[in-house]
Design a protein around this ligand. Sequence first.
Ligand code: G3P
Length: 195
Amino acid sequence: PVQALIVLVIGYFLGSLPFGYLITRFSGLGDIRKMGSGNIGATNVLRTGKRHLAALTLLLDALKATFAVIICARLYGTDAGLLAGAAAFIGHLFPVWLGFKGGKGVATYIGVLLGVAPAAVLIFAFVWLLIARLSRYSSLSALVATLVIPVALWIMDQPQASLVMAVLTIISWWRHKTNIERLIAGTESRIGDKG
Ligand code: G3P
């Protein structure tokens, strides 16, 4: 129980580091929560036109979770790594620093995956790029990719990782509620659009 608590704390606090917010703020762009979709993630940072800052946001929001998984797996084993990844994901969505209003978890999802099943990141990337190429919707690409991952992990004989990622998929879908509404209405902004 104490170990689980330590894992949850490490995961949560690493995950709660809001890199998209910090990066845009410290590069003088202002408060990302007041721009575009209002989200703190890489997709919205891209709408500022600063591609390198969007890439950095994606990278750091992902790696914070990978780091949490690796540290905790080293300390207490594979299961602890999975728990830390899930906690990091929750930390990203509900960061104490931003009044518990965080991101939608796509980059952090990739980071958890990189920690628990690195090969599956290639599947995520393939599906994301394919849908993005066809639709130019970042949200739709993430929605489809996060749907494929639990199935892929199951097929790859990683039932535990599959189950945890399935839970993260459900939470991330719920966080994309307004994106889903806009996709259905045909008003979702496409990659490359400013709005
Ligand atoms: O999956 C990308 C998602 O995070 C969408 O972000 O800014 O378009 O709501 P945004």
